[in-house]
Ligand binder design. Sequence first.
Ligand code: NAD
Length: 493
Amino acid sequence: MVELESISQSGIIRNYVDGTWRDVTGDDELTTVNPATNEELATVPFSSEADVDEAVRAGNRAFEEWSNRPVEERIQPLFRLKTLLEEHQEELAEILVQDHGKTLAEARGELRRGIENVEVACGIPSMMQGGTLLNAAPEIDESAVRKPLGTFAAITPFNFPGMIPLWFLPYAVATGNSFILKPSEQDPLVPQRLFELIDEAGFPDGVVQLVNGGKDTVNALIDHDGIEGISFVGSTPIAKLVYEHAAENGKRVQAQGGAKNHIVVTETADLEFAAEKTVSSACACAGERCLANDVVLIEESVYEEFVDLVVAEAEAQVVGDGLDEKTDIGALISEDHETNVRNHIQTGIEEGATVLRDGRDVTVEDYEDGNFLGPTVFGDVTEDMVISQEEIFGPVLALDSVASVDDAIDRMNASRFGNAASLFTGRGADARKFRHEAEIGNIGVNVGTSAPMAFFHFGGWKDSFFGDLHAQGEDMIQFYTDKAIYIERWPEA
Ligand code: NAD
């Protein structure tokens, strides 16, 4: 059982509102489990409209003072938060593994990526500056400035509970806004611990708040007049709903959705390296990543050779409890999700794909109740098959041969998603073509998973994203501020 100060009395998750831990008053709740054992971890009560209202009011009260503080003062709690996150990184990683199921190495990497966003936001005094032009017109100087707007909310998914909140939170508060996080109800413990550290970092009351819950809590945030804007990360159908709902309410909104990502392997690629990266791209975090590249298109001349390498690499993966350092693939988030992935594998079989490796019969000694699946590898997966088109979010690879890089790009661009893609090649001309023609937000060449660093934006295209400004970096500063123009004339000067 994970012990946290904020839930130690009762095992019940709480909200962090106006600088204090509060009981949640909604009627619904969810019991969360350790996915490796299915033992109960905590109860997540869902916040009511009144809970949301309390947080939004506190956020707007805090905004009055916070937005007028010198920017140097605003970033000091972020420096303290960075230090606290680093000091507690190992403890947070262990909580994350037990709550989510991923491996320790993945949890450590995720937290590092989150901390990078805190570091980038500490540069806000430079990044938030506008521009000034002297003598823009006769006797007139003109400036463009950026201003914070009020209280923003972010709604985040289960697969990166330590990192994704930090795509938003540091930038929102550094620019002078108040911020409310509504994390996934499926693995709330890292956000809970994060807010214990936020409390220690010393933000003024109401500037950073945590509101737990599900669908109704999200709708209460979107419908609240006191919320300026919404950031969402999750599945495509919900991203679209949230985008439309928030836009209808006249709010700023950015909504990142699901994915179906491709890897293209040419005959000039280092095939062993490409096979290793392909399996880790598709199977890390048990396939529960929006950047997982799981459709693999291989030039005909090397198809058989590459298939053998992928199957051998898949066989070598160690499935088990994420806390065991030897584990490559941890547990899936829930029994329901494991069933979804199994159903997709069954669909692939019924569609006529060739089963090159079946990951369904894996057993993990002493963890018989966990939600484990080994890598499943399908060959001859044609474009029309469901397993080639829909996000599976499990350790399932779909391989097929293509005549050329052009054919691979055509097939990839026909997908309704555009989150990520990678090319493995030894030829610069292929790389250049791929880079120019891929209708994709995150493109990699000889890189298994093209995850942008915090100082670049993070976001996909097409049905993988609704909005215009993406997460992380400069885009977040634009999202969290509006521009104003000052025009000055001093004729006697
Ligand atoms: P999800 O859409 O089920 O849930 C995401 C959030 O939305 C949660 O906080 C949840 O409480 C809330 N929610 C659920 N149903 C809702 C509804 N009807 N109305 C309003 N809010 C609702 O997603 P998930 O299963 O937690 O996460 C996995 C998905 O997230 C995958 O599709 C994955 O590709 C995607 N994802 C995308 C990115 C990206 O950058 N594009 C990053 C991570 C995850």
